[in-house]
Design a protein around this ligand. Sequence first.
Ligand code: NZQ
Ligand code: ZN
Length: 395
Amino acid sequence: MLNFVYDNKTTLIFGKGTQHEAGALLKPFGKKVLLHYGGGSIKRSGLYGAVTASLKAAGVEYEELGGVQPNPTLPLVYEGIRLCREHSLGLVLAVGGGSVIDSAKAIALGVPHEGDVWNLYLSKQQPQADPLPVATVLTIPAAGSESSPNTVITNEETRRKLGYGSPKLRPVFSIINPELFFTLPHHQMANGVSDMMSHIFERYFTRTLHTDLSDGLCEATLRTIMRNARILNGNPHDYDAWAEIAFSGNIAHNNLLGVGREQDWGCHAMEHELSALYNVDHGAGLAVVTPAWMKYVSPKHQEMFAQFAVNVMGVEGSFREPEALIREGISRLERFYRELGLPTSMEELNIRSGDFPLMAEQAISVRGPIGGLEKLDARDVQAIYRLACEGPLPD
Ligand code: NZQ
Ligand code: ZN
């Protein structure tokens, strides 16, 4: 196990009716906030009315900025920064999913920053000034941004989708009421499940030895996600299944499962290029890239992938024939994605192979070769994109 420091300042307020506590929870952070949200789902569901009523009851004043789109972009971030400065707002309250929360974090980062906030995403430098605090009311369990230190923003002009991380960006609190997920379209549930599973894969597949506890926590969380996603597949109003998924999605990316081990993050880097060029949903892109990555790197890491097949995917067989275990493990993962209606080939996302060289170059352009388990250069990334064209393994 590697040395680690684990610090997670996000308070979780979890359960039924918790959205009504937003105003009271915000009061200690000052009187004026920016209420940030997406394309309208919170108005249709009544959540907007509940949150604004709770702000008013607690005497918290707010300016509002809606319109965050999935794969959030820079112009709205600049608008949010302007509003916060003009009205001296002291906190950004994100009511939405990963896109709204990431946009809120970018605004929070940009308000005290001299110069263009996008430069931080390019340079990865830590912020000189403390960002505004961010708080969230989560409406989709998926990205884990409700307690992660990360934000991912798309610059449409340069067609780049880049992440940025700072411990100072972890929200001060996040409200998670699983009842709020009942209104999610089925494909967004599936996208969320794919994303949170990937957050665990990026940590689970490692070269680091003596990681028994975190291996076991990763495996239990993956099994919990798959079991409950299957329940939601049949009954999208099952509160308990949503509660399990939401708790798992949070654990998947608050980095408790990643401490003490080298992490990978190759699939996320490869997927971000799909989202940047084709605006595909992040979870859908991951369902296409992940099995292809597994097929490409597993021959060199058979123990890790055989362990995955047995402990996560429930494959039975002999460790003397790891190839058979691994093949069945990957095949079961692909079948699970298909059960949820997720895509499993590039063709289903309408991605042109002619773009693979550009996407591969961009994937490695920020930090050089990607991936912790196996270092991937541009040639490897192109090979994985090509494997992802072939679709699932035959049964
Ligand atoms: O915009 P509205 O109208 O609210 O609709 C949203 C959006 O269209 C809808 N939705 C959300 N909650 C709903 C709902 N519809 C009905 N009922 C509800 N309760 O769902 C759509 C998708 O929302 P979005 O926020 O984009 O989803 P998600 O949470 O999957 O976030 C994806 C973004 O997070 C980034 C991804 O790259 C992507 O840009 N990520 C952020 C991470 C982080 N900050 O730590 C880590 C992740 O790896 C990921 O990269
Ligand atoms: Zn993700």
